[in-house]
Design a protein around this ligand. Structure first.
Ligand code: TYD
Ligand code: MG
Length: 463
């Protein structure tokens, strides 16, 4: 007889209880516990389950010598930006999770990459969310050449595993993991139990057959990958695709990568006929405007440096508590810099509203942006423009002193490439780091305190 039991599963961390709670006792999340019906030991379902397990692990592993292992070749996605974030391309047999908000462009990115890869590899695109017809319409829109991409529209896990064995592809794209269904589980597709089971079964097949799996995962409204914590340790790489849906550029980042660095950034632009990679992102984030309150910094994202404009607006406050808004910069960082400016320069910023934004929606969370933030604030406060073609790099300490930052020569090189003429940098940088910079390319102004930089950049003497 098929007996059903009711269990309650936290959709955030996967913890199971026998009873409903408003708050998960394991992860502390509110309203995340959902009832799932689990059928107990039906003979047929047990048999089916063993079949899937057997299928996914029907090949024995063998002991190998690490030294003798043949060198593998990474598979290029056809996008240099995507390859760099992956650490140089897709490693055969790896499991990669690509997360992002709905509608951000995950399917478009992966369909185009699959099309590119299919020119020289055996690629299968499994669509569980859209019908084959819908995918074909999108594919026609973004692909104008020939392609040998294979498409499967299927949601049933057992069928998918069967196809993987028969078709034997090199790379499989699954769009999305939340739409897959393992019939042995009674919980709905997208629940933690389904996501966990489906991913584990697929991973077994992928590792045994050396198939690289790219899995699409949706992000919950809180911004985490749905069913996420249960997947993150299982997969080899977790990438997130983010950006402002109303804007056209998209950023691809690696949060975890067993085969490459995690701080790499890929920049794309969504156009009418698919995603284009942006190889020169500085141009995207530089506004080329001249007004007070605009400062330019060079941010470092992994191996690449990007010049970005910061904009500040300072206005007298009409309320007792002034308003502080920061977009793309941590609000605490803004508070700290405002406090330093008030204390050491004597600006009455506590009676002013302050709005700070990074152009183009990029998030800049490194201390090297401090000098740029401070100069943008003072420039708006005093209504004096920062001289054109000037780049500001440096971390500000609580005492108003300027501290050296990492990758300084890389940042200055990017500024030179973009035609900047003056770089304001902290005094304490070792000359060794500036070895590669030629004085004829850019004028370096070394400053040791925030007061010095105000004088050098805006011609202001602090009182
Ligand atoms: P999609 O890849 O379906 O997003 P996801 O899979 O992350 O949910 O992207 C959908 C959005 O992208 C949609 O709003 C329209 C836009 N888009 C373009 O602007 N140009 C294109 O060529 C394509 C295919 C989509
Ligand atoms: Mg999609």
């Amino acid at each position: 007889m098929n007996r059903s039991v009711s269990i309650f599963v936290c959709q955030s961390c996967g913890a199971e209880t026998r009873q409903f709670f408003g708050r998960c006792s394991n992860c502390g999340e509110w309203n995340s516990i959902v009832e799932e019906i689990r059928s107990k030991s039906s003979a047929s379902s047990r048999k089916k389950r063993t079949q899937i397990d057997q299928k996914s692990s029907s090949h024995r592993s063998e002991i190998i010598s690490l030294e003798k292992e043949q060198s593998f070749k990474r598979i290029s996605t056809g996008y240099q930006e995507f390859d760099r974030v992956l650490g140089g391309g897709i490693v055969p047999g790896s499991l990669i999770l690509v997360g992002g908000d709905p509608g951000i462009g995950k399917s478009t990115l992966l369909l185009k990459s699959a099309t590119n890869m299919a020119l020289s590899n055996r690629i299968l695109y499994i669509t569980a969310e859209e019908s084959a017809h819908q995918v074909r319409i999108r594919w026609k829109r973004i692909n104008h050449g020939e392609s040998k991409l294979h498409l499967l529209s299927e949601t049933d896990l057992e069928e998918i595993i069967e196809e993987l064995y028969q078709f034997n592809p090199e790379v499989v794209i699954i769009d999305s993991i939340q739409a897959l269904n393992n019939e042995n589980l009674t919980s709905a597709p997208g629940s933690v139990a389904q996501v966990r089971e489906c991913s584990a079964c697929l991973q077994k097949v992928a590792k045994k057959r050396n198939i690289a799996l790219l899995i699409v995962g949706h992000v919950t409204k809180e911004g985490a990958l749905a069913g996420p914590k249960v997947l993150e340790h299982l997969v080899d790489a977790v990438l997130t695709f983010e950006g402002d849906r109303l804007g056209s550029h998209r950023l691809l980042r690696a949060i975890k990568n067993r085969y490459g660095a995690t701080n790499e950034l890929g920049v794309f632009e969504m156009q009418g006929d698919g995603l284009l990679e942006v190889q020169n992102p500085s141009e995207l984030f530089l506004s080329n405007e001249s007004a007070s309150g605009i400062a330019t910094i060079v941010a470092c994202e992994g191996s690449r440096s990007i010049a970005v404009d910061l904009q500040a607006l300072i206005n007298p406050s009409t309320y007792a508590t002034p308003k502080r808004t920061a977009t793309g910069v941590e609000t605490n960082r803004l508070h700290q810099i405002l406090a330093v400016l008030e204390k050491h320069i004597g600006l009455t910023l506590s009676r002013h509203d302050c709005y700070l934004a990074v152009a183009g929606g990029l998030a800049v969370d490194e201390p090297a942006a401090d000098l740029g933030i401070a100069m943008a604030i003072v420039s708006s406060f005093k209504n004096i423009e920062i001289p054109k073609k000037t780049i500001l790099i440096g971390e500000i300490g609580l005492g108003g002193q300027l501290r050296p930052v990492k990758q300084i020569s890389q940042r200055i090189q990017e500024a030179i490439r973009l035609g900047f003429e003056i770089a304001v940098v902290p005094e304490g940088i070792s000359s060794n780091e500036l070895k590669s910079i030629k004085t004829k390319d850019i004028q370096l102004i070394k400053v040791s305190t925030i007061q010095d930089s105000l004088f050098e950049v805006l011609g202001l003497k602090s009182n």
